[in-house]
Structures are given as C-alpha cells and as structure tokens.
Design a protein around this ligand. Structure first.
Ligand code: FAD
Ligand code: SF4
Length: 492
C-alpha cells in the first residue's frame, strides 16, 4: 500500500499527492511533532495547528481512508515509526512548504508530487523573475492577474485601473461598530483533548476565535464575503481599539494551513462582486492581496534562500522587555498591539508593519530575533511568508532587494492612522522632552544613524533633508539614547 504523508500545513483533499489518492489504496500519515510543539509558541497557535490536523485526520477517516496519526518527538521519528510498522510500498508527499521539510523528504527517500496549493508554482515564479532587474510586486501582480483572468476585461483590467490602493488610506471611522465580528466556534471535546496534550505556553487560551476545521474556515469565508467584503479596502491601514479586525478577512491562518485554498477564496470574492453591490476597489483590493502579495512572497521565499540572513543596517539589539513580557510599556500603540497578540495571536497588517516592525527598526533590533519572535506569536506564522515580509518588506534588512524604501515613521503617521495617541502619555508631535513620542524621537535618530546607507535612495531624499534641517538634532539624539535606556529598563 502507498502512504501519503500530509504535513500540517497541507490540510486539504485537493492538494497534490492527496488529490488523486483513493481510500482503500492509500494510507495517510499525519505526524504531530513534539519538537515543533515544544518550541515556544503562542498557545492558540499550538492549539490551532494540532486541532486542525486532528480534525482533518477525522475527516479523512470519515471518507474511508486509513489514517496513521502519530505523536512523535520529531517529524523524522514519526516517519520512521510509521515505515517500520506499516512497511508501505512507497511514501509520497506533496512538495512541502518549508525548506527544512523538503530536505527531510529528500533524506528519507519520500517521493514528492508537484504542489498546487499556491496559484503560482515556485518554478513559474523563477521563470517570471529570470532576467528582471527588479522584482516589483505590481509587475508580478499584473502578470498573475492576466494569467488567472480575475477581474479582467479582455487583456485589460476591469474598470481601467489595475490598482486602487491609493484610495485605501482612510483613518479609522468614528464608529468602529460598523465592522461585524467574525463567527466564533464553540470549543468541543477535541479542543479539550488538544489543550491537554500541548505544552504549557504563553498567551490567552483559545476562545473559539479561530476555526480549526474546513467547515469552520468556510463559515469565516462566507461571513467575510457576505458582511465585510464591501468595506474591504478603505480602512486597510487604519488601527482602532474599537475593532481588532476592521474589514480585514482574517483568513490567513486557514489559507496557510490548507483549510482554504487561494483560488477558491478569490473565486468566491469575484462571484460575489459579479452579483453587484460590492465596489470594484474592494474586490480588486482583496484579490491583489491574495494573488499578488501572497503569491509574490511565496515565490521570493524559494528564489532567495539567503533572505533570512539579511541584516543590511547591522542591527544587533535584543528584543526589548515589552516584547518578551518582562515589562509593560507605556506607549499606547505598542501596548495595545502586544495585548492584541496576547489575546488572539493575530494583529493586522499595519500593526505588524508600522507598529511592531517599524519600532524594531527604529530601536535597532536584530532582524533574526524579530523574525523568531514574530514566528512564535502569530497564528498564521509560516517561514515562507514570514521571511520576505520581515526581512524585505518590514525591516528593509535586505538593503532594498524587495522594498523600495524602509517603512519607518514617527508618531505623526500613527497618530493619523490610529486612535491610540489619545490614550498615550507621550505626544506624537514632540521629539525631545520627557513626553516626546518614542517613535518620533527614534525616527529622526534612525535617519541620522543610517544617513550614509540611505542617501543613495531617492525615495528617502526628502526625509533625510528634513532630518538635516532639524536645529535640535543633537538634543533629539540625546533623547533617543534616553529612550533606548528607558526601553531596556522597562520605564518607557
Ligand atoms: C512583519 C510582517 C509579518 C507578517 N507575517 C505573516 C505571517 O506570518 N503569516 C501571514 O499569513 N501573513 C503575514 N504577514 C502578511 C499580512 O500581514 C497577513 O497576511 C494579514 O495581516 C493576515 O490578515 P487577513 O487574513 O485579515 O488579511 P487581509 O488583509 O484580509 O488580506 C487577505 C489575504 O491576503 C494575504 N496577504 C495580504 N498581505 C500579505 C502579505 N504581505 N504577505 C502574504 N500574504 C498576504 C493573506 O493571505 C491574507 O489572508 C506579515 C506581514 C508583515 C508586515
Ligand atoms: S504618542 Fe507615540 S507612542 Fe504614544 S500612541 Fe502615539 S505614536 Fe504611539
């Protein structure tokens, strides 16, 4: 009998090796690795990963498959125990989504089937990238949209524009109750069993926010399409205490684990758009995130094996105590973002980019430490998506291989796009003095510190010129030293 080894982020009957497998002819292997669970990760992440795997195994059994579900010290140990017990004729797997798992399959002699979990296979991405000087997301997106035919009018984009991103910069609305809360699941016996079986960890216990089955994931997708899609776009960059999700789809964990597939999600969105009542900008904005950004970072992960090693700014500072939980911070925007992570293992894109990563860059945190920390915090964390987003997009640690400029800002941006500053003891307009906003002080200090590295970048010319014109720059830089000391001591 043949074994199909299904990894924990390939939980879908339509993926690769499983797509053609038939009950009676195929045994499925699912390994829960104690090494992965033992690595410090948010409890909701460990619960989600484990419960989703167990429910998928149960679904396969209900469909008639024999399923070997194993808990083992490592993936390798689980595989070896399976082989020695069942003596399969052959073990096959769908190309895994992480380098380490692919290497392991190579070492163990597992035959790999081509993956269709993404809409652009890494080989096709490499062919697209070949010979291009810059790998711009927008170029990739247009190529992909033409290829897949989403929202196209012949060879041209529907509505005459490829991209409505410039319209998506609204601050939070006065009334955040316009956003509807995604459905919740009721925890059942499987969840309790899972919680009993995973190691003690940090973060709030699961409360049903995250679905752990395909059925639950489909319900979240339905909710988004029916209730939030029409609002998707304008508030993508806004941050408000009044709504943790705004109009975001909150679907990334399901897409990354295989519970949903990117094509079916886009099909639903485009079909709902075709029925009317959904602005083109909303449908296009969502499709761009999935077939553009998501597939683009997937392709970059495979194209650039050394990306995780980037550290162009030579940043080596450790994580501040506010990140490790050793101290609280008085900075409202940061404290609220960290609380969101503790509560749900998820915060939205702008909190990841313009609060957490921006802060890390301004403070000079070692990129690899930030990468490891984020990987331990997010419900949707995966190496392929984390590395390009952190090293390329968020930190510019790759020196501009991916992004055209660093996403750094002072408090003025956060004040415009969030409601946090109202609750903060610091003043986003001030750069010196005890009540100066740490973001604002550190922003100018960052530009002064990295002036040499940034001056060749024409997109940084204006910020650098403004920095050079600051009459109080020496005082700002003194205050920056104080802020860094305060962060370390947990007093900021
Ligand atoms: C520093 C940093 C770390 C990140 N880490 C992760 C991560 O570990 N896992 C993860 O899935 N995403 C990550 N992202 C990308 C993005 O923030 C999340 O995909 C998004 O917040 C998920 O929420 P959502 O499903 O509501 O997204 P929506 O705003 O509703 O977007 C729809 C979908 O588009 C995709 N998408 C959007 N932006 C990106 C992007 N930049 N890269 C890849 N896919 C994207 C996601 O699948 C998402 O579900 C990171 C971004 C940054 C800046
Ligand atoms: S004042 Fe500065 S630290 Fe406080 S919430 Fe605003 S941006 Fe954040």
């Amino acid at each position: 009998m043949q074994t199909v080894w299904v990894f924990g982020d390939q939980l879908n009957r339509k993926i690769g090796a499983l797509a053609k497998a038939k009950p009676g002819e195929t045994r499925v292997l699912l390994v829960e690795s104690e090494a992965l669970l033992g690595w410090p990760r948010h409890v909701q992440r460990n619960h989600f990963a484990t419960a989703a795997m167990r429910r998928f195994g149960a679904d396969l059994e209900a469909a008639g498959f024999e399923v070997d579900r194993r808990r083992a010290p490592t993936l390798r140990a689980g595989f070896e125990a399976h082989v020695s017990e069942h003596r399969p004729d052959e073990v096959v797997a769908t190309e895994p989504n992480a380098r380490a798992a692919r290497a392991l399959c190579g070492e163990l002699g597992v035959s790999l089937r081509r993956s269709n979990q993404f809409l652009c296979h890494a080989d096709d991405f490499a062919a697209w990238a070949d010979g291009r000087e810059r790998l711009r997301m927008e170029d990739f997106y247009r190529w992909t949209r033409r290829r897949l035919g989403y929202l196209m009018d012949g060879d041209e984009p529907e509505g005459g524009r490829w991209n409505f991103d410039a319209d998506n910069r609204e601050p939070p609305p006065d009334d955040p109750s316009i956003f509807t809360t995604p459905p919740r699941s009721t925890l059942d016996a499987i969840d309790e069993e899972v919680l009993d079986s995973i190691p003690e960890s940090f973060g709030a216990r699961p409360d049903g926010t995250w679905a752990t089955s395909r059925r639950g994931a489909l319900a979240r997708l339905r909710h988004f399409v029916d209730h939030e899609l029409a609002r998707f776009g304008p508030y993508e960059d806004a941050i408000t205490q009044g709504s943790w999700h705004l109009a975001h789809s909150v679907l990334s964990p399901y897409l990354n684990q295989g519970l949903l597939l990117p094509g079916e999600v886009c099909d639903r969105v485009v079909a709902r758009y075709a029925q009317g009542g959904i602005p083109l900008a909303s449908a296009e904005g969502f499709v761009r995130q999935v077939i553009g950004w998501r597939e683009y970072v997937w392709g970059l992960y495979w194209l650039w094996p050394d990306h995780a090693e980037s550290n162009a700014f030579a940043h080596h500072a450790p994580l501040p105590p506010a990140f490790t939980g050793a101290a609280k911070t008085k900075m409202a925007c940061l404290a609220e973002t960290l609380k969101g992570l503790e509560d749900r293992a998820w915060v939205h894109h702008i909190q990841r980019l313009m609060i957490l990563s921006n802060f890390a860059n301004l403070v000079g945190i070692d990129p690899k430490q930030l990468l490891a920390w984020m990987s331990s915090q997010y419900i949707d964390a995966a190496e392929w998506v984390m590395v390009p987003n952190v090293m390329g997009m968020a930190l510019y640690a790759d020196g501009g291989r991916m992004a055209t400029k660093p996403y750094v800002s002072g408090g003025a941006y956060i004040n415009r796009m969030s409601d946090s500053c109202k609750r903060c003891p610091y003043d986003p307009r001030r750069r010196t003095g005890d009540d100066a906003c740490p973001f604002t002080t550190l922003y100018w200090d960052f530009l002064a510190r990295h002036e040499g590295a940034l001056q060749g970048n024409h997109r940084m010319a204006r910020p650098l010129m403004s920095m050079r014109r600051l009459r109080d720059l020496p005082a700002v830089r003194d205050r920056a030293k104080q802020v860094l000391r305060g962060l370390e001591a947990g007093s900021i």
